[in-house]
Unconditional design. Structure first.
Length: 230
């Protein structure tokens, strides 16, 4: 292992440890709940109005850390963004935080675990890499658009493959927009909502499924043409 690669691994590992220790020190998991956000929504709005730039930077950093550490707060934070900023600006802010946080998790998986995985399962991993080189964009959009796929698992799984950082970033940015828009729009009426669990109605879930399947159309079409040409 060369020194440059070793330093990258060490830096990523230290960042993860520091974020985890901060999370534990401030005991954020105990306070960051739907009831807590709703109860303090007026205070948060007042803080935003007093110092828009500083509060927004802090909000984005908090979202980045949550996404990077795979803490399940994305729904609450996205709803809060809708309440604080409105749907359009809220989705934009969430997109920045979620994309950067996902990228950090992606890099962590790649630089900390890919080498050892490749040494054990090189042949199998090469088949996956080949498929993702050809159709990775469709698969990423499909997995991002359908809520059934855990957000953090997609980040880690993609990092263990040869998927390019550029492809990971742009498919993440586009793929999370519909879900973010739904929760941010619901968040505009935060004070009249009793819980976050009922926002994804069967109709909305069905719409997401159709979007996800639509993302696979180019890949399916390519495979059908390939079989016909055999």
């Amino acid at each position: 292992m060369n020194l440059k690669k070793h330093n990258k691994k060490l830096m990523i590992f230290l960042v993860i440890i520091i974020c985890f220790l901060l999370f534990r020190y401030f005991n954020l998991g105990e306070y960051f709940t739907f009831e807590s956000i709703k109860g303090h929504s007026g205070e948060l709005k007042a803080y935003l109005n007093e110092n828009f730039a500083l509060f927004t930077i802090a909000f984005i950093l908090f979202y980045i850390i949550s996404a990077a550490l795979s803490v399940p707060w994305a729904t609450l934070l996205t709803m809060l963004s809708g309440f604080l900023y409105g749907t359009i600006l809220g989705v934009f802010i969430v997109n920045i935080g979620a994309t950067i946080g996902s990228l950090l998790a992606f890099w962590a998986a790649r630089y900390l675990f890919r080498d050892s995985l490749k040494s054990k399962y090189g042949d199998r991993l090469e088949k996956v890499d080949k498929e993702l080189r050809e159709n990775g964009a469709s698969y990423m959009l499909f997995s991002r658009l359908i809520p059934a796929f855990p957000f953090f698992l997609i980040n880690i799984a993609a990092g263990l493959t040869e998927m390019s950082t550029k492809r990971f970033v742009w498919t993440t940015m586009i793929g999370i927009i519909p879900g973010s828009a739904v929760y941010a729009f619901a968040g505009e009426s935060l004070n009249s909502i009793d819980s976050a669990s009922g926002i994804l109605t069967p109709q909305i879930l069905l719409a997401f499924c159709f979007l996800g399947l639509f993302a696979l159309v180019p890949t399916v079409h390519k495979k059908i043409r390939y079989k016909k040409n055999l």
